[in-house]
Design a protein around this ligand. Structure first.
Ligand SMILES: [Zn+2]
Length: 142
């Protein structure tokens, strides 16, 4: 068990290094679209015209609203797509972090339970019993 905990601690350090080396990030996605300005005499109102654009935006849904920010230059698009990539990296990191922490938490729980009746660590699937064992009143036995 000690060895396992040492191994987990090592993994923890590695993960923290990964986090430290991670670039800045943001949520959202990049979208390209064409739009009609709505002026009746504009060229975009003619049949077959795709509309003004292409326009590239950073789009983000927040609290039910869609927020958009114009990305007018290729450089802006490059920077933002890198930031979004970093966010994906961060999300993957978060999953690893969670898993590691749960393993560490299991080890700690194992330490606490050692000597108790629990012979097996980890969560077990709760079996559903067909017969419901009713516990009446405040006295719960076993
Ligand atoms: Zn127009």
């Amino acid at each position: 068990m000690e060895k396992k905990q040492d191994e987990l601690r090592k993994q923890r350090e590695e993960l923290l290094k990964d986090l430290d080396g991670m670039g800045e990030f943001r949520r959202g996605s990049i979208n390209v679209f064409y739009r009609r300005c709505g002026k009746p005499r504009c060229v975009c109102n003619q049949e077959g015209h795709p509309g003004h654009g292409p326009q590239t935006t950073l789009t983000l849904k927040e609290k039910g609203k869609t927020l958009a920010r114009n990305l007018p230059t290729p450089e802006a698009v490059r920077v933002v797509s890198e930031q979004i990539d970093n966010h994906n990296q961060f999300k993957a990191w978060g999953k690893k972090w969670l898993k590691l922490n749960e393993e560490m938490a299991d080890c700690s729980l194992g330490d606490v339970l050692r000597g108790a009746e629990e012979d097996e660590l980890g969560l077990r699937e709760k079996k559903r019993r067909k017969r419901s064992s009713r516990r009446s009143g405040g006295k719960s036995k076993g």
